[in-house]
Design a protein around this ligand. Structure first.
Ligand code: GMT
Length: 376
């Protein structure tokens, strides 16, 4: 069965936008017709595919508006495209405001249009605590025909926090192994002036508070005392100046490479020995999958969906939040025991293939669309 699917997401850098865009590309490859309805072209939407269309949501400015009504403009665009292109499904990523706009669009178009909402994390674990939004998030979820979340932990948090009995299916994030695979050609070591004997540790994030970037710096400070190593920091965000100061104070700034936003992540990962993700909130941790697919062992905190991605002692280690001593100990273990590193690297690649492969996960979304359309 081929569907006509409208996809809405945040088009800028961010896990939910990446997942939504990669899903759209994979669905289009399988012959579905995919219409991205977003405020600008999603940043991962490169290259052409005959089944992919892009519809920009434009918000007109009128002096009477103090705030431009994006949510209404989005709903209106969704309804316009759904009617004109005879869409079967609106699949929205991130509850606010997308699920609400989709609800409005469905009211305008008719019940034959089905709404699938995918929860990604902060739409629940941060916004869900805001009393001015929580009832609206619950409404969006309950009025969606199908709801998915990216980990079992996020399903549970949503049900507990919003007191909803809505059935929410876990569909994990996925990775395309045509893009992320081990032992890729990479000239980053030379380009970054890293010697062949130095170990390379990487952290990739949006450097918001929840990512606990200062813990990454503190752990690296401890690790580099024992191991000749460098730390690569990829991404942009508000905590970058904070950790730059911290690294300067600790006297390790010269061992840290601040790389900003990068597109060639797989090539960067090819030179890495370890990835750290020490967040205090993380519904899944897509960056863990990227590392694992490239054969890089990972250390993460015991929060959110991270333990559903990292099997402690198998493809990396799980450490208590903020426990720098245990993170350091585990990192040194991985970086000094070549046999363990090799085993973890292989386990990581196999786990990605078995649990998080694009084909498997895309089939699960197709199944959700089928259920929504059949009223199952
Ligand atoms: O990581 C972020 O803060 C960005 C955020 C987003 O909405 O783009 O990521 C969330 O969705 C990703 C894709 O499903 C997940 O892999 C991230 O774990 C999740 N972030 C948080 O829960 C903090």
């Amino acid at each position: 069965m081929r569907y006509k699917i409208g996809i809405t997401c945040y088009p800028t850098v961010g896990g939910s936008g990446v997942v939504a865009t990669e899903l759209g590309k994979a669905l289009a490859e399988k012959g579905h017709q995919v219409h991205f309805i977003t405020s600008s072209i999603p940043f991962r939407l490169n290259g052409c595919n005959e089944n992919i269309y892009f519809h920009e949501v434009e918000v007109n400015q009128y002096s009477v508006f103090r705030y431009p009504p994006y949510d209404i403009a989005l709903a209106s665009k969704m309804a316009e495209i759904a009617k004109r292109e005879e869409l079967d499904i609106l699949h929205v990523h991130y509850a606010i405001p997308h699920a609400i706009s989709a609800f409005l669009a469905k009211e305008m178009v008719g019940d034959h249009l089905k709404v699938v909402t995918t929860l990604h994390g902060t739409d629940i674990t941060v916004l869900g605590y805001d009393p001015s939004l929580s009832d609206m998030i619950r409404f969006g979820i309950e009025r969606s025909d199908k709801v998915t979340a990216v980990s079992n932990d996020l399903v549970k948090q949503t049900q507990d926090l919003l007191s909803t009995e809505k059935d929410i299916s876990t569909i994990y994030n996925f990775i395309d192994d045509r893009e992320y695979s081990p032992k890729r050609e990479s000239n980053f070591r030379e380009a970054l002036g890293i010697s062949s004997t130095q170990k390379v540790i990487i952290h990739i994030s949006n450097f918001r508070k929840v990512k606990r970037a200062p813990d990454v710096i503190q752990s690296f400070y401890e690790i580099q005392k024992d191991i000749d190593s460098v730390l690569l920091l990829v991404g942009e965000g508000p905590d970058l100046p904070v950790i730059q100061d911290q690294a300067k104070r600790l006297g390790i700034l010269h061992k840290i490479k601040l790389l900003g936003s990068q597109k060639r992540i797989a090539e960067l990962l090819a030179i890495c020995d370890l990835k750290l993700l020490l967040s205090e909130k993380e519904s899944f941790g897509l960056v863990l999958l990227e590392a694992m697919a490239c054969g890089v062992p990972v250390i993460g905190t015991n929060i959110g969906g991270i333990p559903e991605v990292i099997e402690d002692g198998k493809n990396g280690f799980i450490c208590p939040l903020g426990d720098i001593e245990s993170i350091t100990k585990r990192a040194i273990q991985i970086l000094t025991d070549d046999k363990l590193h090799q085993e973890m690297s292989e386990y990581a690649v196999n786990k990605v293939t078995e649990d998080f492969h694009l084909e498997k996960i895309v089939r699960q979304y197709e199944d959700i669309y089928h259920q929504a359309l059949e009223g199952l």
